[in-house]
Design a protein around this ligand. Sequence first.
Ligand code: GLN
Length: 260
Amino acid sequence: MKKIALTLLASLLAAAAAFADEPAEAPAADAQAPVRMITEATFPPYEFRQGTDVVGIDVEICKAIAAELGRGLVVEDVEFDSVLPSLIAGKAELAAAGITVTEDRKMKVDFSVPYVRTGIVLVYAKAAPCEDGASAAGKRIGVQNGTTSADYVREQLGQEPEMFDSPASAFAALKQGKVDVVIADIDPAKNLIKGEPDYDISDFLTVEEYAVAIKKGQPELLATVNKVIEGLQDSGRLDEIVDEWTAKADALQSAGEAAE
Ligand code: GLN
């Protein structure tokens, strides 16, 4: 009995020594570093700036994922069309930016289960209503660079959109008469017209779903991300997060401080 115990101890020590020799130390230390989330913070209520902090629904989802991994979260803010390239280049572990799941993007990154069903709408001046895609055709259409709104203009209307770096700058161009109509995701679009009685939004032009993106080939991380999102959905916590951050983004917009 004693001999078996000693043999076992010896092999455990040998295994421990072999393990200590492995260069597996670095990832272990890395595991304590905060999870890096990449986003584009002009997209209330999903991500926007409150003072210098980037906050919003996507940040809360990624905080919950980081907590599940036993780590903190740092948020990096880049242009929307750099979000997925930066993720693929390994600059972040999670990308969450109201990112619509598309067939094209699925070839480049892995997506979590979707956490919201949504779509894009037209934003127009009530004096010049534009309530469906056909009415927008041939007009000057402002969109945020790299988005599904830009895809819609090219693929469904067969024309080139006018590109802006945020939904807010596209809306500013609409107000200045530099474009005739804007296309954007419904939630940031609603946020834009808050307190703007001369502007309105159309019904959905598309049905889209947002998901968290990760670099391909990480089944464990994907399983964790999905588990956290499904947990937030099942517990009702996701609905609370959406309500809370929609109200906060609206309050900020009313105060005239929303991200440009
Ligand atoms: N949902 C849109 C897309 O994925 C827009 C996202 C965004 O501008 N943050 O293209």
